[in-house]
Design a binder for this molecule. Sequence first.
Ligand code: NDP
Length: 220
Amino acid sequence: MTAPELTLIVAATRSMGIGFQGTMPWKGLKREMQYFARVTTRVPASSQAPQNAVIMGRKTWDSIPPKFRPLKNRLNIVITRSATPSHPPSSSSSAPSSSPSASTEIRVPSVEAALQYAHEASAGTGARVFVMGGAQIYEAALRHPAAKRVLLTRIDAEFDCDVFFPLDLRADGSEEAAAKGWRKRSREELKRWTGEEEEVEEGGQEEAGIKYEFEMWERE
Ligand code: NDP
């Protein structure tokens, strides 16, 4: 079975800000959230996998309104220090604890354990594994060699932020990223990988008076 790659998916301001006081810094980007949902849910055509996995930090899990979690049609894996490393991955409900199809989240103590769980759950069927934040978990994921790709929504605006994406992918400041082997891919490559046709046209999007653009970066 091939080891799954990690794809980080994030929306960030011009200064790479991603969050404020435990929530998103902006409001009203409904189509952006729909893009996130489609891309993380869509299983590659070549795959037999029933669903992809989304890995997130405990604070990001807490920031999702209870009625929307776990995120549907995806295996939800939450990283928290309160998960016990010496036991099999466990869910927080009374559902069968190690079932990958449990209708609740799975709690694990590290990115490594999350990746291992996702790998075992999909057993090499080609399911995708996404890291969906927040900053602490992006940081841990970027240190992992499996982190191969970043799907960035570049928001062309500034908002008050108290957490930032830990890799500088600013349009004018990507030297750090380049030095670490990160390269921006073309729009065609982004479309091909995500399966998105409509939403990634040149010039980007505008919603609620906020301009933004979808990008894909890969580590060579
Ligand atoms: P995270 O969501 O990254 O969660 C942090 C928690 O994860 C910690 O409190 C801890 O949980 C657990 N954790 C962190 N590191 C480790 C580790 N090494 N081992 C085990 N567990 C670990 O929190 P952040 O504050 O960084 O990010 C949240 C913010 O990001 C919010 O404002 C949210 O809205 C925003 N966000 C923005 C996104 C975007 O695309 N713009 C996407 C996702 C989130 P515990 O305390 O339980 O032990």
